[in-house]
Design a protein around this ligand. Structure first.
Ligand code: ADP
Ligand code: MG
Ligand code: MG
Ligand code: MG
Length: 401
């Protein structure tokens, strides 16, 4: 096999021509790089005559950040390809099909979701998606259940855990989500307008930092299941009625609540951003209530499917003990609420922000959204242990807004 090289568009086309049964031999192929260029290359390769296309996702051996480069393992492409295959088995139709994987080139060849839009963009545009809460609820329940100790043979589970040894990507999360936002770290990207607010609000709140330390500890030690690890609204692609989850390169054995919390956080960041994107306040109110309804339904679909799988497919004998499930689902919810808070905060003060908030042109509205996200985030982290149902989130938001 040839040595790794980051493909040019010409090299991507040459590789695509060699793929068995993908394009007619006479095809004249065009390639376009459509990724955002931070971690990976994403090429769309298309035969304009037949209209057939594929996506190439190739990992780069480094992360480009402001001020310098840091090396990053190419093994994440293997992890992503494997996680996509497991998800396809657990919930057919909710991930793009992987056609082939080339380990040497850290390259995934997959289905082109050409008619899908990144969910984050749809939410910024104020679109509604009729099946989103069901599809993501089902995706989370099935992927998270089938790799857990509730379902897997314990020896096979530990073998799978080794396959998903992903220390460098976990370290990114440990630093950027759970550590750097809570001190004056050079990696932070704090909007100038809220700098004075951040110091007392985050850095001097010892009670908050203690809870974040506990959540970080859960992230690094709680090997409950194979999680996606980066399940934000930029990792979901949608049509009016269809949903696909992409980009599981951060997959590792971690807490179930980490994925659930990522979705909650990103829907709540959208919630905070809405006044900056809607022209009239009635639209804002209505769209915000749609987002809260989506959060609630997503949890209810997740919980119903997870419970069904637990009742019908649990193999772990001790997990069938009376009272165990109620404890188990409650710790998922409380973890999810806490992780959601951490993920909201890091998107305001940490290295990588979200377009929902950064694209608000009006400074006053953008700052209001940033402060509201910090307030809701901190309230979620501190209030999670009282939560017994999803309505707890709505109550916490009420107190913070
Ligand atoms: P990264 O890990 O660098 O964030 P992603 O997997 O999120 O890469 O892909 C980056 C972008 O490429 C996505 O936001 C989406 O626009 C596009 N993309 C990725 N996978 C597909 C696909 N299978 N079909 C169509 N577009 C895709
Ligand atoms: Mg990206
Ligand atoms: Mg990624
Ligand atoms: Mg991505």
């Amino acid at each position: 096999m040839e040595q790794y090289r980051a493909f040019s568009t010409e090299e991507a086309i040459a590789y695509a021509k060699e793929l068995p049964d993908r394009f007619p031999s006479s095809a004249s192929l065009h390639a376009e790089e459509i990724g955002d260029g931070n971690l990976n290359y994403v090429f769309r390769i298309k035969d304009s005559e037949s209209g057939k296309s594929v996506i190439f996702k190739q990992a780069l051996p480094y992360v480009r950040v402001v001020g310098g480069d840091w090396p990053l393992s190419l093994d994440r492409a293997r992890i992503e390809a494997l996680a996509l295959k497991l998800a396809a088995d657990a919930c057919p139709g909710l991930v793009p099909e992987v056609y082939s994987f080339n380990q040497e080139q850290a390259l995934i060849v997959m289905e082109d979701l050409h008619d899908h839009l990144i969910l984050r963009k749809g939410l910024i545009a104020g679109k509604r998606y009729g099946n989103l809460s069901r599809d993501i609820g089902i995706y989370m329940a099935r992927t998270l259940f089938y790799s857990s100790d509730l379902y897997m043979n314990p020896v096979e589970k530990k073998a799978r855990q080794i396959q998903f040894h992903n220390p460098e990507l976990c370290k990114i999360t440990e630093d950027l989500v759970f550590t750097d936002p809570y001190w004056d770290a050079p990696s932070n990207n704090i909007p100038g307008e809220i700098r004075d607010f951040v110091e007392p609000f985050l850095w001097q709140d010892e009670a908050l930092k203690r809870e974040v330390a506990i959540l970080k500890h859960a992230f690094v030690t709680k090997a409950q299941t194979l999680v996606h690890g980066d399940l934000h609204t930029g990792s979901v692609m949608v049509t009016d009625l269809g949903t696909k989850v992409i980009d599981p390169e951060f997959a590792y054995y971690g807490p179930i609540g980490f994925d659930v919390g990522a979705m909650l956080a990103n829907l709540l960041l959208s919630y905070c951003a809405q006044p900056g994107h809607r022209v009239d306040s009635q639209q804002t109110v209505e769209y915000r209530s749609y987002l809260l309804q989506t959060i609630e339904e997503m949890w209810l679909y997740f919980e119903a499917e997870f419970r069904r799988l637990y009742e019908t497919e649990t193999t772990e004998p001790m997990a069938k003990t009376a009272g165990f499930y109620d404890w188990y689902i409650q710790q998922i919810l409380q973890d999810a609420i806490g992780f959601a808070g951490c993920k909201m905060i890091r998107r305001i003060v940490g290295l990588a922000h979200v377009a929902d908030i950064d694209t608000i042109a009006n400074t006053e509205m953008r700052v209001a959204a940033q402060k509201q996200a910090l307030a809701i985030g901190a309230a979620l982290i501190k209030g999670r242990q009282q939560a017994t149902g999803i309505d707890a989130i709505l109550a916490i938001i009420d107190t913070a807004r």
